[in-house]
Design a protein around this ligand. Structure first.
Ligand SMILES: *Cc1c(COP(=O)(O)O)cnc(C)c1O
Length: 340
């Protein structure tokens, strides 16, 4: 089986498990776990923020950040394809009580002009626009990287309008490796930002959310309240540290392999994909002749042993990661091309 379903499907390597086994631990929620503390310092530093908090998932990073930033009735502006709007079970509405207003960006990326047009003037009839949310890379945009110029223009408009900027950096390190722009530079215009250890970085669990000291204090209150405060969490934080130490450069191969996959399948008119749009490790493509994506995926898995995802009626998504090398990715593309 060649598994290109998601970069969340990686299994921790023997070396990562060894690091977990040997981790120094303590009571995390009392601030006494040295491995968690080290990981938080590393991530705060990486993202150029004062402090960070370790959380069980990226979803909890988004939800807690939005809980701190919003009061009920406040408005979050985000791209229509964003994770917070589509894949967090309505969390920002259910938990923060926030209204999410989608902006129709281009493959996950909207412009400063679009943002400007979406910001509501202060008026007691409307929800109060509070947060601007950015996803970099844009997952459902096909792993698209925000161009620095667009990003700066958007965060400038947010600042001019007194809005808070939150960066969903689940796959920010894929963008860093592909563009050679630092995570700190990508996060500079954001008040809060986070990275996931359980995506391309290959850890089994965990994410870390960064921001000002005051913000992290408030985030801790929600972590406690939601049951995200842990005990000897150094066991899992060690995997995060290991991934930062060893796996960041490996993301370059994931990005290259995704491009190779896209180039190969573009040779068939059955698949509609422009390989030049593949910025990082996600390939979103269409079945050009109206075939059903889920049926195709099921057949591909059973008949060819390749697993990818159906994300729309005729839309497919393949994601490269640590546990598939170039040879497997090329083989997977060949198997797609051979499907009857
Ligand atoms: C996966 C993902 C999340 C959520 O992260 P989990 O660790 O799975 O909870 C949030 N945003 C984006 C863009 C993602 O791809």
């Amino acid at each position: 089986m060649i598994n290109l379903f998601s970069d969340t499907q990686t299994k921790p390597s023997a070396a990562m498990r060894k690091a977990m086994l040997e981790a120094e631990v303590g009571d995390e929620q009392r601030g006494e776990d040295p491995t968690v503390n080290e990981l938080c310092e590393r991530v705060a530093d990486l993202l150029g923020k004062e402090a960070a908090v370790f959380l069980p998932s990226g979803t909890m990073c988004n939800e807690i950040a939005l809980l701190v930033h919003c009061r009920p009735g406040d408005e979050i502006l985000c791209d229509r394809t964003s994770h917070i709007l589509n894949y967090e079970a309505g969390g920002p509405a259910a938990l923060a009580g926030a209204v999410m207003t989608p902006i129709d960006g281009e493959r996950g990326i909207y412009s400063a002009e679009q943002l400007k047009a979406a910001i509501r003037p202060e008026h007691r009839y409307g929800p109060r626009t509070r947060v601007v949310e950015i996803e970099n890379t844009a997952n459902m945009g096909g792993g698209r990287i925000w161009p620095m110029q667009t990003l700066n223009a958007v965060t400038d408009v947010a600042k001019e309008n007194g809005l808070i900027v939150h960066l969903d950096g689940a796959r920010l390190m894929n963008a860093v490796v592909a563009s050679e722009i630092s995570a700190k530079d990508y996060a500079a215009g954001s008040d809060t930002a986070w990275i996931d250890f359980s995506k391309g970085l290959g850890a089994p669990v965990g994410a870390a959310l960064a921001g000002s000291k005051d913000f992290i204090e408030e985030a801790w209150r929600w972590k406690q309240r939601l049951g995200g405060a842990m005990r000897q969490a150094g066991i899992i934080a060690a995997a995060g540290l290991y991934s930062l130490d060893h796996h960041i450069p490996l993301l370059a191969a994931d990005n290259e392999n995704a491009k190779i996959f896209a180039e190969r399948i573009a040779n068939s008119t059955r698949f509609a994909i422009d390989p030049t749009t593949v910025d990082t490790n996600i390939v979103i493509f269409e079945l050009a002749n109206g075939e059903d994506a889920q049926v195709f995926c099921n057949r591909l898995e059973i008949e060819a042993g390749v697993r990818i995802g159906a994300i729309g009626p005729s839309t497919l998504r393949a994601v490269t990661h640590l546990d598939v090398n170039k040879k497997s990715v090329v083989a997977a593309a060949e198997l797609l091309l051979l499907m009857s």
